[in-house]
Design a protein around this ligand. Structure first.
Ligand code: ATP
Length: 247
């Protein structure tokens, strides 16, 4: 569904992604893990059309995304849930959700928007309860649900999430990951960038480990969860436990 070949991304003279290739098949949940600054968000920005300065190939359903701006990428079937959520705090929950359907509103697809709103609020009933409330008054977990709901309002086939667990309590993270599994069971394909490697690998099919702009390891999620280097670097296993396990 998504195929990236030899992607290099630039901020001026700086190359932040240094020739990455990866693929996401229809119906998969794929995660990108790695330390701060390893290029995960940059890759998401290139795919979603926010960062235009890249070389290589990003093919979505066979079509090259080169030169597409963010609205064109959304129209092609990809929505991003950005890092830090970026909801509009003074606007109501309802209006934040409607903004996600911006590309459809232009097509005057009002019935489609109404149906999608119903699907999203069935998935997150709390958003319906808070419909008229300013989005900024929601809890962190609710704001994350709103950000996911807003992305779903564009009816994507591929959902990109940049650090959905950031700043959330473990129980809420579990709930969000559960929602992603539900969405996958309904046919959505998902690519997640996560610092919380444990949470992401527990729902993902496969993963890629990033280090300073390159992929250093890739594999099935259960293999990565068991990998001693991944455990040591990203799963918070301390050296003592690491040593015990490897004696
Ligand atoms: P994090 O988990 O901290 O978000 P990341 O893996 O997503 O990390 P990126 O945000 O993609 O990493 O950053 C990759 C590299 O690009 C870093 O060295 C970062 O400093 C640099 N970078 C990111 N955004 C910019 C920018 N707007 N201008 C210049 N350099 C940038």
């Amino acid at each position: 569904m998504l195929r990236i070949r030899n992607l290099k991304c630039f901020y001026g003279q700086i190359m932040a992604v240094k020739g990455i290739s990866l693929s996401v098949k229809e119906g998969e949940i794929i995660t990108l893990i790695g330390a701060n600054g390893s290029g995960k968000s940059t890759l998401m920005e290139a795919v979603s059309g926010i960062l235009p300065s890249w070389t290589g190939e990003i093919l979505f359903e066979g079509k090259n995304l080169k030169g597409m701006d963010p609205p064109a990428v959304v129209k092609s079937g990809i929505s991003l849930v950005p890092e830090g959520r970026l909801i509009f705090p003074p606007m109501s929950v309802h209006d934040n959700l409607i903004l996600g359907a911006y590309t459809m509103l232009k097509k005057k697809a009002r019935e489609e928007v109404r149906e999608t709103m119903e699907t999203v609020t069935d998935l997150f009933p709390i958003l319906k309860e808070r419909f008229e409330q300013p989005a900024g008054t929601l809890s962190g977990g609710e704001q994350q649900m709103l950000a996911i709901g807003r992305a779903l309002m564009a009816r994507p086939r591929l959902l990109l999430l940049d650090e959905p667990s950031m700043g959330l309590a473990p129980l809420i993270v579990e709930k969000i990951m559960g929602v992603l599994e539900t969405l996958r069971s309904k046919g959505l394909t998902i690519l997640i960038v996560e610092q919380n490697a444990q949470a992401a690998l527990s729902v993902a099919d496969r993963g890629y480990v990033f280090e300073t702009g390159s992929v250093v390891l890739e594999g099935a999620a259960d293999e990565l969860l068991a990998d001693k280097n991944v455990k040591r670097a990203y799963l918070g296993k301390d050296y003592e436990e690491f040593d015990d396990e490897n004696r």
